[in-house]
Write a protein that binds this ligand. Structure first.
Ligand code: PGA
Length: 249
């Protein structure tokens, strides 16, 4: 059956000392074994983070990678580079990448292929804009994002996929989806996977919620049957907040 996951996306925050201090503090905590705990420090700190967390429950995940294996792509990093420092997981399609770096379902499909070719596990992020929700087209938007980027995959590839539903209007805004809104969408996502593949496969896919999760709202959202954990931005930078969120799942 699917596992609970809480992942902290540190985005472009924390210099080297801050990164090391945060990891040190996290390593002192006792996490339950029913949850996978992941952290996504900035790319430049990944190797050190990987070394510091080796042997602990904390898993290191990259925030992004390029779809090409190598070549003239200034400023980019490849799956092979991540693998060479022991990082075997990556976040793909975060809304900030889609918004600021023009990542599209089409380009994400290539990144998904590269991740799978390199046998990497990935958190695939997707979510609707506020205007989509207001016009009641949020289900169609989610359906398109998932089918464009993921529904060509074979059933066996899905063991590398973790989904993160992140309504764009809730990311970094302080606005959260209500537990009911989160459950409604997560249930829709799971039924779409069941329809395309099989119920048993859908039951194995972890679907995380992301968007202004914090200690005060995490339990209510995590208690929904189809919410399997969270992708945490701002609150993952504070060790106490992140720990409380992990404890809530
Ligand atoms: P937030 O970010 O928790 O700061 O809203 C979530 C995310 O970007 O994944």
């Amino acid at each position: 059956m699917r596992k609970k996951i809480v992942a902290g996306n540190w985005k472009m925050n924390n210099n080297r000392t801050e990164t090391k201090n945060l990891i040190k503090s996290l390593k002192e905590l006792k996490f339950s074994s029913h949850v996978r705990v992941m952290i996504a420090p900035a790319l430049i700190h990944l190797a050190e983070a990987e070394e510091m967390t080796s042997g602990s429950i904390i898993e290191v995940i990259a925030q992004n990678m390029n779809s090409a294996e190598s070549g003239a792509f200034t400023g980019e990093i490849s799956a092979g580079m991540l693998q060479s420092i022991g990082v075997k997981k990556v976040i793909l399609g975060h809304s900030e990448r889609r918004t600021f770096y023009n990542e599209s379902d089409e380009s994400l499909k290539d990144k998904v292929s590269t991740a799978l070719k390199n046998d990497m596990e990935f958190i695939f992020c997707f979510g609707e804009q506020l205007s989509d929700r207001k016009s009641n087209s949020h289900f169609d938007v989610i359906k398109a994002q998932l089918s464009n980027a993921l529904f060509h995959l074979s059933s066996s590839s899905w063991s590398n996929v973790i989904l993160a539903y992140e309504p764009v209007w809730a990311i970094g805004t302080g606005e959260t989806a209500s537990p009911e809104q989160a459950q409604e969408m997560h249930n829709y996502i799971r039924s779409m996977i069941a329809e395309k593949y099989h119920q048993s496969l859908a039951d194995c896919v972890s679907i995380l919620y992301g968007g202004s999760l914090k200690p005060s709202n995490a339990s209510a959202i995590f208690s929904q049957p189809d919410v399997d954990g969270g992708l945490i931005g701002g609150a993952s930078l504070k060790v106490d907040d992140f720990y409380t969120i992990v404890q809530s799942v």
